[in-house]
Design a protein around this ligand. Sequence first.
Ligand SMILES: [Fe+2]
Length: 172
Amino acid sequence: MEKGNSNAELFETAVQAEKTAMNLYLTLVQKFLHLPEVTAFWQGMLQDEITHARELESIRGSLNSEVLNAPADPSLLEKAHKACDCAILDKLESVADLDDAYELANEFEHSEVNTVFAALITDFTGLDDKARFASNELQVHLAKLMDFPSKFGVAVERKKMLVRTPVSQVPA
Ligand SMILES: [Fe+2]
C-alpha cells in the first residue's frame, strides 16, 4: 500500500487541515488585538482547533499499523486534501474589517474540514460516546460563529470595526 493513499495519510492531511484553521484564527487574533472582546472570540475558536488537532492525533496514535497502512476512503481523502488547501490563508491579507473576518471564518467552517473531522471520529473510534462528544464539540464550535452577529452586530456595524493598521503601513 502506497503511503499516499493510506489511512495514515488521511490522518496526516486532516491534522494539517486543523492546523490551517489554527493559522486562520491565530492571524485573526493578531488582526484584532486592539478589540479585546473580538480577540477573545478568535482565541476561543483557535483553542477549539487546537483541541480538534489533538483529538485526531490521539486517535491516530491509538490505531495499529494494519489500520494505518490500509487504503483510506478515497472520497474522504480528497475532502481532507481540499480542506487543507491553504488558499483560504491567502485571503487573510484582504481582511480589512470584522465583517471580512467573519465571512472568511464562515467560508472555512463550511468547507470540508468539519465533515472530515466528524467522519474520522466516527469511523475510527468505534466508541459511541467519543463520537457523540466530538459531534457536540463541533456543534458548540459552529454555534459560536452563528452567534457572532448577536455579539458583534450586523454587517454594517462589523464593517466599522477595522483591523489594526500593520506597523509597516503607519505613516512615519
Ligand atoms: Fe476544526
